[in-house]
Write a protein that binds this ligand. Structure first.
Ligand SMILES: *Cc1c(COP(=O)(O)O)cnc(C)c1O
Length: 349
C-alpha cells in the first residue's frame, strides 16, 4: 500500500477502438504511454491491437522497454536535449524536433552509430510549447535535407498541451498545407503528418476533410477514455482502467475546523476551512509525495479535504475501520506521479 491497479484489458480495448475509429479517415495512431513510464506490459498489450509505434517522453523509458523485449517502432515525444542525442539515436527510431542545432547533432551521432534517425519537425500553431514558427520552416528543411544521418520523416504539431489551444479545421489545414507545400517544393515525401494528440478527437469527428494528416499521437484517450478539450468521455471507451488503493491509518470523529492559532501548513499555505461541526475524519497513507491529491476521487461516499506530503485526509459520510482499503478514481496528473513513485506498487489486473 498504496497500490495502483491497472486494467490492461481496458487499455487494450481503448487502443483498439481508437485505432479502428481513426483508421476510417486514414489516420494511424501512435500510442503515447508516457503516463505509465513506458510500462512494457501496457506497451505489449497495445501492440497486440495492431498499433506499431509506441511513444514516451523519456529516452530511459524506451531503453527499459527494449530491455524487456518490447518490439515496436519507438518515438520520443519530448524534444531531445543536446546532452542526450547519443542515447536518443541509440534507442529511439523517431524523435520530434524543432531545433536545427539538435538535428545536426542527431545526424552526427547517427552516422557514428551506423544509423539513420527519423526526424519529425514540429510546427508552431499557437499553443506555444514546442515548434518552429511557420515563417522559419523552409530554412530548417533546407538545412536538414543534406544531412546524411537523419531522414526528414515528417511534420507535426501539438496543441492543447500548454496554451490550451484547440485543434480546428483552420490550424489543421495549415499543417496539412505546409506538408503539401514542402513535399512539392523540395520534392520529398513526408511519411508522417502528425496532427496532434487526444485533443484532436473532436476535430477528427467533425472535419469533413482531414487533409494530408495521417497520424495522431494518442495518450490520454487510450489510458483514460477521454478527449482532452473538455475531458468528455469518448463513446465505447473505458474511463476506469486505473484504480488507486490506499489504506486507512486513522479513523476518528473530530471537528471540521482546526483549532488553535492558524499559521502556515506544510506547503506554506494558510488554510481556510468551513466549520460544519464534527465529522468522520479518515487518514489514508498516501500524500502529495506520491500523487496529485487534487486529481483523485474516492469511490466511496467521502470527499478529499486535503493532504500533506504523506497523509491524505478524507471526510467520510460513514465510519470506516482502520485497516480498510479505499479505492479512488484518478486522472492523468495523478497517474503521472503515481507511475513514477517507487513507493506505489503497480498491480496489473
Ligand atoms: C504527451 C504528448 C502527446 C500525447 O498527448 P495526449 O493528450 O495524452 O494524447 C502527444 N504529443 C506530444 C508531443 C506529447 O508530448
Amino acid at each position: 500500500m498504496p497500490k495502483l491497479e491497472i486494467d490492461i484489458n481496458k487499455i487494450k480495448h481503448n487502443a483498439k477502438t481508437l485505432k479502428e475509429l481513426f483508421a476510417k479517415k486514414g489516420i494511424s495512431v501512435t500510442a503515447v504511454i508516457k503516463g505509465v513510464t513506458g510500462s512494457h506490459e501496457v506497451a505489449n498489450a497495445i501492440l497486440k491491437c495492431g498499433i506499431s509505434t509506441i511513444a514516451v517522453s523519456l529516452v530511459q523509458n524506451i531503453k527499459k522497454m527494449k530491455e524487456f523485449g518490447v518490439k515496436a517502432e519507438f518515438l520520443l515525444t519530448r524534444l531531445p536535449a543536446h546532452t542526450e542525442v547519443a542515447e536518443v539515436v541509440k534507442y529511439a527510431d523517431i524523435s520530434l524536433n524543432s531545433e536545427i542545432s539538435t538535428i545536426k547533432l542527431l545526424s552526427e551521432h547517427s552516422l557514428k552509430q551506423g544509423k539513420r534517425h527519423k526526424v519529425v519537425l514540429m510546427l508552431e500553431l499557437g499553443d506555444l510549447r514546442e515548434g518552429i514558427l511557420p515563417d522559419d520552416i523552409d530554412l530548417i528543411v533546407e538545412q536538414i535535407i543534406p544531412l546524411k544521418g537523419v531522414e526528414l520523416y515528417g511534420i507535426g504539431a501539438n496543441l492543447a498541451c500548454f496554451g490550451g489551444i484547440k485543434p480546428t479545421e483552420k490550424n489543421m489545414a495549415e499543417l496539412s498545407e505546409t506538408a503539401d507545400r514542402i513535399q512539392g517544393k523540395y520534392n520529398i515525401k513526408l511519411q508522417m503528418i502528425s496532427g496532434g494528440n487526444s485533443a484532436n478527437y473532436k476535430w477528427f469527428l467533425s472535419a469533413e476533410n482531414t487533409g494530408k494528416i495521417n497520424n495522431l499521437r494518442i495518450g490520454e484517450a487510450i489510458l483514460f477514455g477521454r478527449e482532452t478539450l473538455h475531458r468528455n468521455k469518448i463513446p465505447k471507451l473505458y474511463i476506469d482502467a486505473f484504480t488507486l488503493i490506499g489504506e486507512v491509518i486513522e479513523s476518528k470523529i473530530k471537528p471540521s475546523l482546526p483549532y488553535g492559532e492558524i499559521c502556515q501548513n506544510a506547503f506554506g499555505d494558510t488554510p481556510d476551512f468551513a466549520d460544519i461541526g464534527n465529522i468522520n475524519r479518515i487518514i489514508i497513507g498516501i500524500g502529495e509525495q506520491d500523487v496529485d491529491t487534487k486529481a483523485i476521487t474516492p469511490r466511496i461516499n467521502a470527499k478529499v479535504i486535503g493532504a500533506s506530503s504523506d497523509h491524505l485526509i478524507l471526510h467520510s459520510e460513514k465510519h470506516i475501520e482502520v485497516g480498510s482499503e479505499i479505492a479512488f478514481d484518478i486522472n492523468y496528473s495523478a497517474l503521472l506521479r503515481l507511475s513514477t513513485s517507487p513507493y506505489v506498487k503497480k498491480v496489473f489486473v
